[in-house]
Design a protein around this ligand. Structure first.
Ligand SMILES: CCCCCCCCCCCCCCCC(=O)SCCNC(=O)CCNC(=O)[C@H](O)C(C)(C)COP(=O)(O)OP(=O)(O)OC[C@H]1O[C@@H](n2cnc3c(N)ncnc32)[C@H](O)[C@@H]1OP(=O)(O)O
Length: 161
């Protein structure tokens, strides 16, 4: 996977012990290093990547469904962390240490095959936010066509977990 880089990524602001995720942890040398970036108004988050050929689902040029869910998993939890951070009136800076969210539930609708020879874009928005729980909606697009959608229930990790 080749993640597209922008400014400050949410994953780069996770506390030290939360940076080892295989999908998006900056400290996991073998990992995919997916990155989630808030939009300028902070209302949505975006991640973009180009899949490597090894992640095919078997049909030539189609991305494996598990990888699609994986991208939603990493982008959704990072988005939840951002929306909770923003809801406290806080900004994102190089010094930010952002609270970590974990996936409690992930529903994925596979609508059309996801191609592997172009940039894939996933945008997220917040449906519901309370003190510990965030419900995040996501859409995965390629060539301007929605390929998959997801709804995630993410829960804030407590200090004693
Ligand atoms: C790795 C694991 C070890 C954790 C140690 C910490 C280390 C952190 C490492 C971070 C790494 C992150 C990695 C990135 C993303 C992954 O890949 S995460 C890996 C996959 N996810 C997991 O392994 C999570 C396993 N599940 C759990 O640990 C617990 O069930 C959870 C999710 C923490 C929730 O348990 P809890 O803290 O007791 O929460 P609880 O008070 O029951 O519920 C809070 C709210 O969430 C709702 N909720 C809870 N579960 C569900 C559900 N399944 N469906 C719908 N709603 C739900 C509740 O209804 C409640 O809602 P409200 O009443 O507030 O409206």
């Amino acid at each position: 996977m080749k993640p597209k880089k922008r400014n400050i990524a949410i994953q780069d602001t996770y506390g030290e012990r939360f940076q080892n995720c295989w999908g998006c942890g900056p400290k996991n040398e073998q990992g995919l290093h997916l990155k989630t970036y808030p939009s300028e108004d902070g209302e949505t988050c975006i991640t973009q990547f180009e899949p490597d050929n090894q992640y095919t689902g078997g049909v030539p040029n189609n991305l494996f469904g598990g990888m699609i869910a994986l991208v939603f998993d990493c982008h959704g939890t990072a988005s939840a962390a951002w929306f909770a951070h923003k809801n406290k009136g806080l900004a994102l800076t190089e010094e930010t240490v952002i609270g970590r969210f974990i996936t409690a539930r992930l529903e994925t609708d596979y609508k059309k095959p996801v191609p592997m020879d172009e940039t894939i874009t996933i945008r997220s928005s917040i449906e519901e936010l309370s003190e510990r729980k965030a419900i995040v909606r996501m859409k995965m697009e390629a060539s301007g066509v929605v390929r998959a959608e997801a709804r995630m229930v993410a829960v804030a990790v407590k200090d004693d977990m």
